[in-house]
Design a protein around this ligand. Structure first.
Ligand code: NAG
Ligand code: NAG
Ligand code: NAG
Ligand code: NAG
Ligand code: NAG
Ligand code: NAG
Length: 533
């Protein structure tokens, strides 16, 4: 599969968007750090709702206190009506109260409460996540669950990969995921999620206010439709029956019920369908790589690399070989905690302002779900020092290499299998070539720094050769994308597995070939070395 144009597109988009100032789609769930303001937004909404309760209470208090006073007067008369009304002051007051005061009470009852809070809510409405945000988040949850084969029954109770977290999904959470899958025509997935909903709904019934409850009939109908699409008619029928009990005149349900009944009568034992045209959203190699099911290279050795630059004789790099073909090494302790917090801090601020988001074409694929920020290598003394360190790590001249790209992944954030090179040298290359890219050449090598540990998931995997590297703050991996003739090495196809639990931050440095002609005459050194045992 050729992912090169996608790669180029993403790069171009990210760079134009960071420069551009047009209002961008926020896509909250694509980065953990940019979801932080949502908590602040929610806090404001809660404060506002609390103020609304205060306004309601104020009105209540006024009414309650007056009721006591009014009832006392009324009962004084009620106990002994004639003597009471015989006094003209009482009779007069009664008539005046009923003609004047009660009209005012009527008006007071009609007066809306908490107008300023309702207005304030209106002003924040535009900041709420959109349908697209919710769908991105649903897709992230589905990606985690399906890619790592998690049991849905465990996942919804916060048991993720055998670890119990103190959090669980509500019926509404689960319904959203099921609804999303149903809308995407992934009906077998929709069934798996939706069938868990009714039970949880029953449990929540006493504690959830009516206006927030999802309607049971909606759950049953969606579940029945999903079963129907799976040709599991005998499962669909009783559900539709229950729907009709709740909503006897729903034309859509009636139609479906009738065709289900007909189908069952005409074909009592339908052969269960194995989902032939069901789209599997993620390439299988990706799944097997992320689950560590590929054959791995045998453990290679670790050593200190003293040789790349003179500097390394004083401060050698702790190097661990990940594999020889393609040549991938892991450097330990190449970024300090201070450098990491500077890089993340700078990026986080700017991601918030620029909100990286891909355009429609890429958008719908969501090959890559993360947000990024391009940081100039000359930004400050620290970035210059990191640049010098990359020279030490790679031996390359970085004068023309790309800016650092600092990336943060979000819910189930991933980057499916791709190449970092464009393949300019290939006779097949059909993508665009800017003047800039001609001058710089293709991406000869990649350095990928890990800025955070990730609690679960988020490995970098090389699908063709079974390498996998788990993020560890301060480490970096390095590999060559091109062979010595400048051709892309297809074995470098790699991916970022979905993050399960954690906030994954990385920083990439792509090095271009033009300046390296005299630096790398004949690398990598491993000649025909097998990576297998
Ligand atoms: C709630 O009311 C308090 C006191 O009246 C006010 O200071 C605060 O700004 C209000 N909060 C919101 C979110 O409107
Ligand atoms: C789990 O969360 C609930 C509320 O969300 C809290 O009351 C409880 O103490 C937590 N339990 C643990 C073990 O942290
Ligand atoms: C789902 O299937 C229906 C009909 O089978 C089709 O009209 C619709 O476009 C499909 N939706 C998606 C997202 O594929
Ligand atoms: C039909 O439902 C049964 C029971 O839930 C399930 O085992 C089977 O896989 C379903 N068939 C299809 C095609 O989904
Ligand atoms: C040291 O690192 C450089 C750059 O990655 C590499 O070319 C060289 O082969 C390494 N030295 C050893 C002994 O592997
Ligand atoms: C050119 O493309 C064809 C088909 O996509 C492929 O089989 C072939 O290997 C490619 N050649 C090169 C040099 O990349």
């Amino acid at each position: 599969m050729d992912l090169i144009p996608g790669c180029l597109l993403v790069m171009l988009l990210l760079s134009t968007l960071v420069l551009g100032h047009r209002p961008l789609e926020r896509s909250h769930s694509l980065s953990v750090v940019t979801m932080v303001p949502l908590l602040e937004l929610e806090r404001k909404l809660i404060d506002n709702l609390e103020n609304y309760t205060k306004a309601l209470e104020q009105k209540l208090e006024i009414i309650r206190s007056q009721i006591t006073v009014m009832r006392a007067e009324n009962e004084k008369g009620g106990r002994n009506a004639i003597p009471y009304l015989s006094n003209p002051l009482n009779g007069f007051s009664l008539i005046r109260r009923l003609h004047v005061d009660w009209i005012k009470w009527g008006k007071y009852m009609e007066q809306p409460v908490g107008i300023s809070q309702i207005k304030a809510f209106g002003s924040w409405k535009n900041e709420l996540p959109t349908q697209l945000d919710l769908w991105d988040a649903c897709a992230g949850i589905v990606r985690i669950q399906s890619l790592y084969n998690l049991k849905i029954a465990d996942f919804i109770d916060g048991c993720i990969h055998g670890k119990q977290y103190n959090v669980s999904m509500s019926a509404a959470d689960m319904f959203s995921v099921g609804h999303h899958l149903a809308m995407k025509n992934v009906s077998s997935g929709a069934v798996q999620w939706l069938q868990e909903v009714p039970q949880r709904l029953q449990k929540e019934l006493p504690s959830i206010p009516r206006h927030l409850l999802i309607a049971e009939v909606d759950v049953l109908r969606l579940l029945a439709e999903a079963h129907f699409k799976e040709k599991n008619y005998s499962k669909a029928l009783p559900l539709l029956h229950n729907c009709l009990k709740l909503q006897p005149h729903d034309a859509r349900v009636l139609r479906l019920w009738k065709s289900t009944k007909d189908l069952i009568e005409n074909e009592p034992n339908p052969t269960p369908q194995e989902n032939k045209e069901q789209k599997v959203p993620i390439v299988n190699t990706f799944k097997t790589s992320c689950n560590g099911l590929l054959e791995k290279p045998t453990r290679l050795h670790c050593f200190y690399n003293f040789t790349t630059t003179p500097f390394l004789r004083l401060a050698p790099l702790k190097t661990e070989q990940i594999g020889l073909k393609p040549y991938v090494v892991l450097y330990h302790e190449v970024l300090s905690a201070r450098e990491i917090s500077m890089l993340m801090g700078k990026a986080a601020q700017n991601m918030k302002n620029t909100r990286v988001q891909s355009e429609k074409a890429v958008n719908t694929n969501r090959e890559r779900t993360a947000k990024g920020y391009w940081l100039k290598k000359e930004s400050n003394e620290m970035t210059r020092r990191i640049t010098r360190r990359i020279v030490d790590m790679t031996g390359f001249d970085l004068a023309d290499s790309e800016d650092f790209q600092v990336i943060n992944y979000g819910i189930g954030g991933h980057y499916s299998l791709h190449f970092d090179y464009f393949g300019f040298a290939s006779s097949n290359y059909t993508g665009e070539r800017s003047h800039h890219s001609i001058v710089l050449g293709d991406r000869i090598a990649t350095v990928l720094f890990y800025l955070t540990d990730v609690e679960q998931g988020g490995a970098t995997v090389f699908g063709n050769v079974g390498y996998s590297v788990y993020p560890q703050a301060g480490t970096a991996i390095f590999w060559y994308n091109l062979d010595t003739d400048g051709n892309g090495d297809p074995l470098t196809r790699h991916a970022s597995c979905p993050v399960v639990v954690g906030s994954k931050w990385v920083m990439t440095e792509w090095i271009h070939e033009a300046r390296q002609i005299f630096i790398r005459p004949c690398l990598p050194p491993a000649k025909g070395t097998s990576t297998k045992s």
